[in-house]
Every structure is written in structure tokens, then in C-alpha cells.
Design a protein around this ligand. Structure first.
Ligand code: PEP
Ligand code: MG
Length: 579
């Protein structure tokens, strides 16, 4: 049994066998082949070796020619390991004795080598583990072809263990087949985390080398609440987790009773709790969890789930279905937030050096006006059917907002010419998720109907910490005093100006921050629907005066650690079961 600790990004527990996806995303079956197929698998293994060796010698030549002998010598090691026969013999022996596929035999033997290299004392030898991985990938590429098996068509219920999944791969997972996800990379606010959370798939990220430590077919317990992956658990551990699953079911039942109760503090202040969605089908879950509306609809997932760009009609259908399901409740549709880690096929072929600081979000839309206007027209059409509002993401300067509004004006003219009904005074808001927007909030407030703070991005841009990078994950925290002070400034200014201001980043659904946020004046939250009952429970357990005292005190600390410890203590006092 081995226990690994990572970042808990989506709560819940699952116990199942693992399917692993390496850095190159090969899904490798551990099922034995029929006895008569063993010879064929051996042929495939040999062919993969021959193809890899031919490739390496040609790589060696071209590299020597282009960048010199020193670099080309890297491939000598690979060629040497592959050509000396021992490796191939070991794989062939495993394949024959267990009737494994060629792929599985390659993976098993290479993982064994990787483990041995990782345990070596000599640092230089430990470094060689990368080369071993390279050799494995090369062989697998020749065996599996260009792409891994399609994740959407898994046969069994599994725990998916991956080096890294993109948000679009996450969005295409089967919710019935993938019981949980464990990943080497990623963090709490990475979009892959957000999407699997919204799909209700328990997940732990930032596990660093879980994809190396787990083999296909291993039993894994994934605890998305505590951030643990337990590999090959012993029977006592499995038993303990079966009990934990039962306990969590009981807690969930307790929270259901809160659904129809208002989110109101003990002293009578009403707080509005809306939900974030990525897919139209989530609207049903919003109502089930007691959401008062959709505070953030991340529409870019329409692109990420489809091979082709959605048409205006497809946009409309998605929006209409949310409007119908939400039965008159407000729906804030955020315009496309493509770029950074969420890209279309075209964006993927033109990678940027610094994608989170690059052509993402509103910037991408303003440079691709045709694509932008298709969406704007669709949102406007939907505005004739319900309480639809429009929100621009990643605004960093006033000109972007004005250009966005101009594009909206053009879309209105198009519809007018066609005689299509829409709401001309549709409320227009921005996300406050860059320090630029936060600092210039007064100017922005004169030109918008509402604000929504995107704390996920605001934290990453305020602290210069990549929200997706597990290596700097401990630095990424909403408890940083600079973040807390920025939030207070924005919320207080909005309240004074009478401009509705919500917060829709993951922080809104974290029990640790509820009291603080109420204390600095936040009255509108938007979060993953599943988080609503827990946050409502905290709201119903405090007075505003108490929350204000807590916020004042939290703002007096100088480090994030002190803030977190303090807030944890305070939440424990009002709602001990929430943490
Ligand atoms: C945010 O940045 O806080 C936000 C809600 O937007 P996203 O997570 O989609 O970037
Ligand atoms: Mg954002």
C-alpha cells in the first residue's frame, strides 16, 4: 500500500481499479490476450523495437548535423539501451508468461526500470529516468499509433490516473465510467479541476508522480475531500473507506434539508447564492441545490466539447435550455473565455509562450469579431426568453469594455435588421479578475450594470502564481493579505456606488472564506452548485456583526498562514462540520 498526498480539488471518495494515461495519453489495457494471439503480440513488440531503433539512428544523424555531436549523443544512450537485447527479452518474457499485450509489457518493464532509477543514490543516474520515460513513450507510440484510446468509450468504471488532462479532455470524460481522477499536475482552480468538480467527479491533482506509481489494473482509493490517493490499499483501509462513503452519504442527506431555506444570517441579512455552470445540463443540479440563478455560465465549454465551432443556432439551443430549466431566475452568460488553458483546435496549433498573459478571453474575442458576434447574437436571442445578462471576462482596461459593448451594439443591429426580438437593455457586466480592473474599479462602475469578481484569476495575477502549476501551488492562496485587501476595496466601492457585485471564483464555495466575505460586505456569491448547501449552512450560523469582526481581524494579519489559521478557527466555532 502506498499513500500519496496531493491537492483536493473535487470532493468525494471512490474505490476502483485504475486506468492510467501517461504524458502521451495512451490507455493501455491490462487484460490478457487469447493464447493464439501471443505470437502476434510478440511480432508487434519486435516491430516497435525495429521502428524505434531506425527512428533513433536517423534522429541521431539529423541532430548531429543540426545542433552538434554533444546533443546527438543523448540518443546514443537510448539506442544503446534498446539495442542490447536484454530489454526486449524481458518484455517478451513477461508478454509470453502472462499473455499481456505488447503495450502492457512495455509499460510494466519500463515502469520497473523507472522505479529502480528513481531510487538510485547517484543524482546523475536518477536524472536518467527521463530517458527511460522517453524510451517507453517511443515504443508506445509505435505500438499505439498517434493517439491514445478514446477516453469517452471506457468499458468499465475506473479511477483515471493521468499525467495531465486538458479542460477539454476533462469535459469529455464519461461521468458514469470515470469514478474519480488523479493527476500529476494541476491545482484547485485549474480549469480541468473546475470542470470535473462540476461533473461531480472526485479528483486529486498535483500528485506529481502518481501516473508513474500506479499501473493499469491497480486498485486505488481516491479521496477527493482530503486530497489522498491510496494505491493498492490493504483490506483494512478499504473497509475504513467503505464506512467513510456511508458517512458522506449521511452528511449529504442532512444538507438536502437546507435546499428550500433562505441563505440568511441570524440577524436577518439576505445573501444571494447562485451557481456556476459549464454545461446546460447542470441547470437541473442548480435547482436541486437551491441556487437562485446562474451567476457564471462558462460558455467556452461549448467549443471544448465539439470538434467544430458551434453555430449561432447551437449557441442558442444551449442558452435556451438553461433559460427554460432556470424558470425565470437570472442567468449571467459569460462570453467566451478561450485561450490560456482552454483552446480551440486552431489555438492549439499556434501555441503561445505565455498563454495566461496572452491572447485569451475578451482579447481573443476582440481579435476574432465574427466568432464573437455569433455568440453575442445568440445571447441576445436568448434574452428575449428569460432574465439573461451578459458578462465580459478578463477585462483589463476600459477600452476593452467599450469595444466589447460596440460589438454587442453591432450584434443588436444585425438582429434588428432580421426582425429578431431581444432585450435592448440587457444588463452588461464585467469580471473583475485582473489587478488593473480592481484598481480602476470606480471608472469601470460608471459603464457597467454589475460586477463579478473572478478570484481564481485575480489571485493568480495579483500574486504572479500560475493557478495550474502544482510546483507553486502552496503560493497560490486566497488568504494572501494582498488578495484580501483587494477584495475588500472592490466590494466596498461597489456597495457604496450601489453597483451589484458578486464573487464567482472557487473562493466563493470554500467554507474557509464565507465569514470573511460577508464581513467585507459581499452579498452575492456564485459557486459550484454542489457547494451551495454547505455555504448556506455557514451563512445561517452567523450574524453580520460577527462576520465583520472576523474580517477586520483577518485583514490585520501580515501573512497568509496566519490568516488561514485564524479563519479556520473562526469557522470551526460557527460550523464545525464545514471544515
Ligand atoms: C475566475 O477567474 O475566478 C473565474 C470565475 O473564471 P475562470 O475560473 O473560468 O477563469
Ligand atoms: Mg477567470
Amino acid at each position: 500500500m502506498e499513500i500519496k498526498k496531493g491537492i483536493p480539488v473535487s470532493p468525494g471518495v471512490a474505490i476502483a481499479t485504475a486506468v492510467t494515461l501517461g504524458a502521451e495519453e495512451y490507455r493501455i489495457s491490462h487484460e490478457p490476450v487469447a493464447p493464439e494471439q501471443v505470437a502476434r503480440e510478440l511480432d508487434r513488440l519486435n516491430a516497435a523495437f525495429e521502428a524505434s531503433l531506425a527512428e533513433l539512428s536517423s534522429l541521431r544523424q539529423t541532430t548531429a548535423h543540426q545542433v552538434g555531436q554533444d546533443i546527438a549523443a543523448i540518443f546514443d544512450f537510448h539506442y544503446g539501451v534498446m539495442s542490447q537485447g536484454r530489454l526486449r527479452e524481458q518484455m517478451a518474457a513477461l508478454l509470453t508468461s502472462h499473455r499481456y499485450t505488447a503495450e502492457y509489457s512495455v509499460r510494466e518493464i519500463m515502469r520497473d526500470y523507472q522505479r529502480r532509477f528513481l531510487n538510485m543514490e547517484d543524482e546523475l543516474l536518477r536524472e536518467r529516468v527521463r530517458d527511460i520515460r522517453d524510451i517507453e513513450r517511443r515504443l508506445l507510440r509505435h505500438l499505439c499509433g498517434g493517439s491514445g484510446e478514446d477516453l469517452a468509450h471506457l468499458q468499465d468504471q475506473v479511477i483515471l490516473v493521468a499525467h495531465d488532462l486538458t479542460p477539454s479532455q476533462g469535459a469529455n470524460l464519461s461521468r458514469t465510467k470515470v469514478l474519480a481522477l488523479a493527476m500529476d499536475t494541476g491545482g484547485l482552480t485549474s480549469h480541468t479541476a473546475i470542470v470535473v468538480r462540476s461533473m461531480g467527479i472526485p479528483a486529486v491533482m498535483g500528485l506529481k508522480d502518481i501516473s508513474q506509481a500506479v499501473g493499469d489494473g491497480d486498485t486505488v482509493i481516491l479521496d477527493g475531500t482530503k486530497g489522498l490517493a491510496i494505491i493498492r490499499p490493504d483490506p483494512a483501509m478499504v473497509e475504513e473507506y467503505r464506512r467513510e462513503e456511508q458517512r458522506m452519504r449521511e452528511v449529504a442527506v442532512g444538507l438536502v434539508e437546507l435546499r428550500d431555506k433562505p441563505a440568511v444570517t441570524i440577524d436577518g441579512t439576505r445573501i444571494s447564492l447562485a451557481a456556476n455552470i459549464e454545461f446546460p445540463y447542470e441547470a437541473a443540479l442548480c435547482l436541486e441545490k437551491g441556487a437562485e440563478g446562474v451567476g457564471l455560465y462558462r460558455t467556452e465549454f461549448l467549443y471544448l466539447r465539439s470538434e467544430t465551432e458551434p453555430t449561432e443556432q447551437e449557441h442558442c439551443e444551449a442558452y435556451y435550455s438553461v433559460v427554460r430549466a432556470m424558470k425565470g431566475r437570472p442567468i449571467i452568460i459569460r462570453t467566451l473565455d478561450l485561450g490560456a488553458d482552454k483552446y480551440t483546435r486552431q489555438q492549439a496549433t499556434e501555441p503561445e509562450r505565455n498563454p495566461f498573459l496572452g491572447l485569451r478571453s475578451i482579447r481573443y474575442c476582440l481579435q476574432n469579431l465574427d466568432l464573437f458576434k455569433i455568440q453575442l447574437r445568440a445571447i441576445l436571442r436568448a434574452s428575449a426568453e428569460g432574465d439573461v445578462r451578459i458578462m465580459f471576462p478578463l477585462i483589463s482596461g476600459l477600452m476593452e469594455l467599450r469595444q466589447g459593448k460596440m460589438a454587442l451594439g453591432d450584434a443588436m443591429e444585425d438582429l434588428e435588421e432580421m426582425g429578431v426580438p431581444f432585450r435592448r437593455d440587457i444588463p452588461v457586466g464585467i469580471m473583475v479578475e485582473t489587478p488593473g480592473a480592481a484598481i480602476q474599479i470606480r471608472e469601470f462602475m460608471r459603464e457597467v450594470d454589475f460586477l463579478s469578481i473572478g478570484s481564481n484569476d485575480l489571485i493568480q495575477y495579483t500574486l504572479a502564481v500560475d493557478r495550474n502549476n502544482e510546483r507553486v501551488a502552496p503560493l497560490y492562496t486566497a488568504s494572501h493579505p494582498a488578495v484580501l485587501h483587494t477584495l475588500r476595496e472592490v466590494i466596498q466601492k461597489a456597495n457604496r456606488a450601489g453597483v451589484p457585485c458578486s464573487l464567482c471564483g472557487e473562493m466563493a464555495g470554500e467554507p474557509l472564506y464565507t465569514l470573511f466575505l460577508i464581513g467585507i460586505g459581499l452579498r452575492q456569491f456564485s459557486m459550484a452548485a454542489n457547494d451551495i448547501p454547505e455555504i448556506k449552512r455557514i451563512i445561517r450560523s452567523t450574524t453580520v456583526a460577527r462576520a465583520e469582526r472576523i474580517a477586520r481581524k483577518a485583514l490585520s494579519y501580515e501573512t497568509d498562514r496566519l490568516v488561514s489559521n485564524y479563519l479556520r478557527d473562526e469557522v470551526r466555532k460557527v460550523a464545525p462540520e464545514s471544515l
